[in-house]
Design a protein around this ligand. Sequence first.
Ligand SMILES: CC(C)(COP(=O)(O)OP(=O)(O)OC[C@H]1O[C@@H](n2cnc3c(N)ncnc32)[C@H](O)[C@@H]1OP(=O)(O)O)[C@@H](O)C(=O)NCCC(=O)NCCS
Length: 235
Amino acid sequence: MRAAVFGRDANRFERVLHGAQIRASDGYVIDMKFFSYHRKNGEQSRENVFRHVDPILTIPLETERLILDRWQGPDWTELRPIATDVKVMRYITGGVPWTDEQIQAFVNRQVKLYSERNFCRWKLLRKPERETIGFCGVGFWRDAPDPEIGWWIARNSWGQGLATEAARIALQHAFEHAGFDRVISVAQPPNTASIRIMEKIGLTRDCEFENEGVRLVRYVTDRVTWRATNGSPQP
Ligand SMILES: CC(C)(COP(=O)(O)OP(=O)(O)OC[C@H]1O[C@@H](n2cnc3c(N)ncnc32)[C@H](O)[C@@H]1OP(=O)(O)O)[C@@H](O)C(=O)NCCC(=O)NCCS
C-alpha cells in the first residue's frame, strides 16, 4: 500500500506501508505495520530505499486500561449485550435494540475494513480480563466523504473516562497510520457525553444538520491541527 509522505521530504520520497504478523505461542496474532521510504525519482540505491522506519502503533493498540483490537466474525455475540441495551441505543436508534443480523453485519463490516485497509472501529477489551466493553474507531458514516470516529461503551463502564482514553489512541492511529487528512464525528445534540469526548480529543464544532428527520451535530479536526495541538481541546 502506498501512502503520502508529509513534511519536508514530501517531494523526494514516497512512503510504502508494509505488514507482518507475529504469532505468539498461545496462537495470538499481532499485526505489525511499518513504512519504508523510496526516492520518487532517480536511481534507487540500497542506501536510499530504506531511509528509516517510522515509530509504529502495532495492532492491537493498547492504552493503560484498554486493548483496541480487530474483530473476528464470531465476536458479534460479545457486542450483542451492548447493542441491545436500550440506554446505549438511545441516541443511535432512538432506543431500538439492534437485531442479531444488524450486529453481525456491523462486525463483518469491521472485519472487511481491517483486512482491506488496516483500520476499523476497534473492539474494546478492558484489561486485565479482556472483557469486550464496546468499540471505538474510525469508519464511514452514511455517504459522508470523510471518515467518522465513533464510540459505544457498555453501560456498566460509563463515566470512567474509558471512551476518551480509547478515542485518543484511535484518532492517533487514524492520522498517523491510516493516513487520513480529516476526521469527523457525528452525534445527536442532546448526546452531551459523546460531544464532550469530541471536544476533549480536539475536534471542533463544524455544523448542525438533519439526516432522515434526525437533528445531528458534526465535529471535525484535521491532521495538521491535531499534530499542532497534540490532540488537546481547542479554545
Ligand atoms: C458516549 C459514551 C461512549 C461515553 O462513554 P464514557 O466512557 O462514559 O465517556 P467518558 O467517561 O470518557 O466521558 C467523557 C466526557 O463526557 C462526560 N459524560 C459522561 N457521561 C455523561 C452524561 N451522561 N452526561 C453528560 N456528560 C457525560 C464525562 O464527564 C466526560 O467529560 P469530563 O471529562 O469533562 O467530565 C457512552 O455514554 C455510550 O456508550 N453511550 C451510548 C452510545 C453512544 O451514544 N455513542 C455515541 C454515538 S454519537
